[in-house]
Write a protein that binds this ligand. Sequence first.
Ligand code: FE2
Ligand code: FE2
Length: 193
Amino acid sequence: MDEELFIHSLGVEEAAYNLAALYGIDSQKASLAGLLHDYAKGLPAKQLCRIASEYNLADDISRQEPALLHAPVGAWLLKHELGIDDQEVLEAIRVHTTGFPGMSPLSKIVYLADCLEPGRNYPGVKELRAIARRDLNQALLIAVDRTIKHIIDRGKIIHPVSILFRNSLILSKKNNQEIYNHEVWNKKTKSSS
Ligand SMILES: [Fe+2]
Ligand SMILES: [Fe+2]
C-alpha cells in the first residue's frame, strides 16, 4: 500500500469511527472496516482478475471493470490472509465500491466514510459531511449520485447494483422504509441466476 492510500485508509477509519459513534453503530467494527476497506486496491489489475475468477468472487460486470474488483477481492483476502471473519466487516468491504440495496448500517457508514474522509477535497464535500451528521440516507444519495456522474464523465461501466442502490435510497426516503431487504434480495438474485 502506497503512502497516499495509507493516509486515505486512516482517514476512512477516522470518518467511519465518528459516524458509527454518532449513529450508535459498533464503532470498533466501523473503524476496522474503514482501515482495511482498500486492502486490495494496490494490487495490479491482472492479479485482481486472477483472484476474482479463481475464487468466483465477482459477477461478469465487475470482471469487465477491474476497479470494481478490489472490494470483493479485498474482503476475500482479509478473510484468508488476515483471518478476519466478522461477516458485517467483510460485507462492508465487499460492497464499498458499488453500494447495495438493503445495505447494513455499518456498510452504509463505510461507503460514506470513503467519500467524505478528511483527505477528500472536492466541491460539496463540506456540505456532504454536514448532511451525513444528520441524515445518513440523504448523504448516501448525494454520494452515490456524485459517484455515478463521475463514472459517466469518465465513460466507465456503471454496475447495475449501484443504480438499484440509488433507487432504494430514493424509495426509502419516499416511503420512509427500506424497500429492499438484504436477505430477500440475495434470494432473488440467487434464484434468477
Ligand atoms: Fe475502494
Ligand atoms: Fe477508499
